[in-house]
Design a binder for this molecule. Structure first.
Ligand code: NAD
Length: 324
């Protein structure tokens, strides 16, 4: 860092990383950082959640070892993680990743405290899914504040959307980008805040069409999934969302864009299919039933099967990205 409290090109890894919030995402982020060799402080207001998080982390490490993605002993990695309910634990950290509840008032209060406690050169990154945290945080931390949006589970899904605020320094972005690359993640930089960033915007647009097709009785959930898995499911991982236009021909893409007959859903609408399932308590895998029926199946085994397939896809993605 230089005298103005900014990160410089001379990156000295590993560093100390605080993860605030040990819930669904936070415990996975602690795991990613500990696997990369960093000293991790996992913070939550609830001690029971912290204890549970440590158990989950050990469980994920066992799974990664079983799948051949990790060969170091679980203890060697989990010993790098300390837990605390005291904000003061943030005081000497190089990086603070905020992954607390998605509530603007809770986040605003946290940034105010962090600004008072942490080192003047600490980089502060938020895992928010939708909030414009740059409107919530005090001015004095804005230079080293950015969004780092991970995907679940972060130890299997590499993408991290790094979103710059109006004041974020290039050095802070470059520093965390290098840190994430070295941790095995794939950071992608977004120059300015837009709700949903890249991937959740695309997912949301697709969701509108999916529920329109189901609610309108055009196709069943099973047929939609079969259609997608056997087309986009194969093509998207190879060509991405943009390169595929080059392969299809840009003149053709231009014709498609200028043909209004498709009449896409242009707004968010409630879905009767979704409302019906939720009202009956069918919330997906966690309740044994969603669009599909999982009753009688071991839920842990369903998740383990998904994870095994994600691991194989992840390896293939690496090969594909090295090809183009
Ligand atoms: N769940 C996902 O799939 C997902 C994916 C990407 C990003 N996110 C984002 O990550 C963040 C966390 O989401 P989650 O799903 O892990 O939530 P969660 O509810 O599972 O966990 C949040 C944790 O934050 C703790 N907490 C609340 N206030 C705190 C404070 N002031 N200091 C320390 N800890 C505090 C809570 O006790 C809780 O354990 C949110 O901003 C969310 O939008 C979630």
């Amino acid at each position: 860092m230089n005298s103005a409290g900014e990160k410089t090109e001379n990156n000295n890894f590993p560093v100390s990383v605080a993860i605030a919030g040990a819930g669904t995402m936070g415990h996975g982020l602690a795991l990613v950082m500990a696997r990369a060799g960093h000293r991790v402080m996992l913070l939550d207001t609830d001690r029971q959640i912290l204890e549970k998080a440590l158990g989950q982390i050990r469980g994920h490490l066992e799974m990664l070892r079983k799948e051949g993605l990790e060969n170091r002993p679980v203890k060697e990695i989990s010993d790098r993680i300390q837990i605390s309910t005291e904000k003061q634990a943030l005081a000497d950290m190089d990086l603070i990743i905020e992954s607390i509840s998605e509530d603007p008032a809770v986040k605003a209060a946290f940034y105010k405290q962090v600004g008072d406690i942490c080192r003047p050169d600490a980089v502060i990154a938020s895992n928010t899914s939708y909030l414009n945290i740059f409107d919530l945080a005090p001015f004095d931390i804005q230079k080293r504040l950015l969004i780092s949006h991970f995907y679940a589970p972060p130890y299997l899904i590499p993408l991290v959307e790094l979103v710059k605020g109006p004041e974020t320094s290039t050095d802070s972005v470059e520093w965390i980008k290098q840190l994430l690359f070295r941790a095995g993640q794939q950071p992608v930089v977004i120059e300015k805040f837009i709700p949903g960033f890249i991937v959740n915007r695309l997912q949301r647009a697709m969701g509108r069409e999916i529920f329109h097709l189901i609610d309108g009785g055009y196709a069943t959930p099973e047929e939609i999934d079969r259609a997608v898995l056997n087309s986009l499911g194969i093509r998207l991982p190879v060509l991405g969302a943009v390169r595929r236009y080059d392969f299809g021909g840009l003149d053709f893409a231009q014709k498609v864009l200028s043909n209004p007959s498709i009449g896409l859903v242009s707004e968010d609408r409630p879905s009767s299919a979704l409302d019906d399932l939720v009202s009956r308590g069918h919330l997906g895998v966690k309740t044994g039933r969603g669009f599909y029926d999982y009753n009688g199946q071991d839920l842990a085994e369903i998740h383990a099967k998904r994870d095994r397939l994600l691991i194989r896809m992840r390896a293939l993605m690496q090969e594909i990205q090295d090809t183009f």
